[in-house]
Design a protein around this ligand. Structure first.
Ligand SMILES: O=CCCCC(=O)O
Length: 482
């Protein structure tokens, strides 16, 4: 059991229509990845209960969508304050179920909650248009309305922020939501649900359900009352959901897998490039969709960069996320470690050279040593794979043209990073990279003010930015005959 200041935040039930619903007959067991100890259970809801939740969300939509944006904002801003007031408990819940260090958990919660004021304000400015008429006796206008009931599916790696990036625009726009957090990390979402109820969110407006991914996914993608599905997760699962949504022509937003290039030119500030690479690669033990996945270093500086980078890798401190000294937690589960081991074995067989790390940590469990590989080539298995773990492969390149071609030679396009002090190159390469987010001498990119979302097979839709609300609205056209 996690010891919290407010024990009510640890909910082992689902939130449906303002009520806490207990398990009917079966449950999912949630464990702490640090030591595999049991934290608690959540219900494995059946199809009938999930359908009921959708119907309740539809009922609630009739009134929530009709409130004035400022009235919705009042509820969302009370929720915002309650999340901030309870941040210590929320971070402890996250670290306990996900494994990341407490400081990262807090940072994530702060990032996620910041979408509430942004979208509450944006909803007040969701203006339509009075369109200049091509007819003397008619007036065309357009306006935005909430899309309806939204189903949200979120992953285990960022259990708070990735949910809030969906809930904030959906609720501010006037949609109601049924959300399913990942089976590994439901408690962060349920705690947010508890605080939403405390903030006065009307019943049925926010529903949080848990259960078997396939059963929930089938209801979300086929139920005719759900008008939009928003998903963050792997490209493979995203494609399945998209195909399933086609049957009822649902709107979708998909934040899918990445394979981020991290490009270091010889003219870069190498000290900065090396230290930012630590944050970019090893945050959340490498289990991040925008993590540096292929580090390309200009050949003339690869030795110097690698030396600096490895010195910094040595300072990472593996351990229990609740220990303030810890900078790198465990991987989420045993399967994640096995996947990393298989990938690493193949990469080494294909000619990559181990510089540091390369095995499970002596801490045992699901800890894996931060690992750096050199001599990696584009033919290596790592080039096309989203590693999702603490392995940093270093590739070399000789020209700008070559590295742009290499960076873009993957089917996904979420985040990319470039380190250079050449202004001309910064502009041109940011334009040439086929990635939805590009950091130039920067790696901490995410903020509600800016559009987060990928290109190519990394998905569709934007979370955040002035346009982010529109992902949860339909634009209607009306022609007024005079
Ligand atoms: O897996 C994706 C997480 C994105 C984290 C961030 O934007 O900070």
């Amino acid at each position: 059991m996690i010891k919290l200041k407010n024990q009510n935040l640890l909910r082992q039930e689902c939130l449906i229509n303002g009520e806490w619903v207990k398990a009917q007959d079966s449950v999912l067991e949630i464990v702490n990845p640090f030591d595999n100890s049991k934290i608690g259970t959540v219900p494995k809801l059946d199809k009938a209960t999930l359908n009921l939740a959708v119907e309740k969300a539809q009922e609630a939509f009739k009134t929530w969508s009709k409130l004035m944006p400022l009235e919705r904002s009042a509820v969302l801003m009370r929720w915002h304050q309650l999340i901030l007031d309870n941040i210590d408990d929320l971070a402890l819940i996250m670290t306990s179920e996900q494994g990341k260090p407490l400081a990262e958990a807090k940072g994530e919660i702060l990032n996620g909650v910041s979408y509430l004021p942004w979208f509450s304000e944006q909803a007040r400015r969701a203006c339509g248009e009075v369109i200049p008429s091509p007819w003397p006796n008619k007036r065309p206008i357009s306006y935005h309305q909430p899309v309806g009931v939204v189903a949200a599916i979120t992953p285990w790696n960022f259990p708070s922020s990735l949910l809030m990036r969906k809930l904030a625009p959906a609720l501010a726009a006037g949609c109601t939501v049924i959300a399913k957090p990942a089976k590994e990390t439901p408690f962060s979402a349920l705690a947010l649900g508890y605080l939403a109820v405390e903030a006065g969110i009307p019943k049925g407006v926010l529903n949080i359900v848990t259960g078997d991914s396939r059963v929930v996914g089938d209801v979300f993608t086929t139920h005719p009352l759900i008008r939009k599905v928003t998903f963050t997760g792997s490209t493979a699962v995203g494609k399945t959901l998209l195909a399933q949504c086609a049957g009822t022509v649902k709107r979708t937003s998909m934040e899918l897998g990445g394979n981020a290039p991290y490009i270091v030119f010889a003219d870069a500030d190498l000290e900065r490039a090396a230290s930012y690479a630590i944050a970019c690669k090893f945050r959340n033990a490498g289990q991040t969709c925008i993590s540096a996945n292929r580090i390309f270093v200009e050949k003339s500086v690869v030795a110097e960069f690698t030396k600096k980078f490895v010195e910094k890798v040595k300072t990472l401190k593996l351990g229990n996320g609740v220990d303030p000294q810890t900078t790198c937690g465990p991987l989420i589960h045993e399967q994640a470690v096995k996947d990393i081991e298989t990938l690493l074995k193949k990469a080494l067989e294909q000619g990559a050279k181990l510089v540091i790390g390369g095995k499970r940590s002596e801490l045992g469990g699901t800890f894996f040593e931060p690992t750096v590989l050199s001599n990696v080539t584009p033919e290596n298995i790592l080039f096309q794979e989203e590693i999702f773990g603490p392995i940093a492969p270093i590739y070399t390149f000789e020209t700008e043209e070559e590295v742009i071609k290499l960076a873009n030679a993957v089917p996904v396009g979420l985040a990319a990073y470039v380190f250079t002090q050449n202004l001309r190159r910064s502009w041109l390469i940011a334009e040439a990279l086929e990635f939805g987010l590009v950091g130039v001498n920067e790696v901490a990119l995410t903020t509600p003010e800016a559009p987060f979302g990928g290109m190519k097979e990394s998905g569709m839709g934007k979370e955040g930015s002035t346009g982010g609300l529109e992902d949860y609205q339909v634009t209607k056209y009306a022609l007024m005959g005079l």
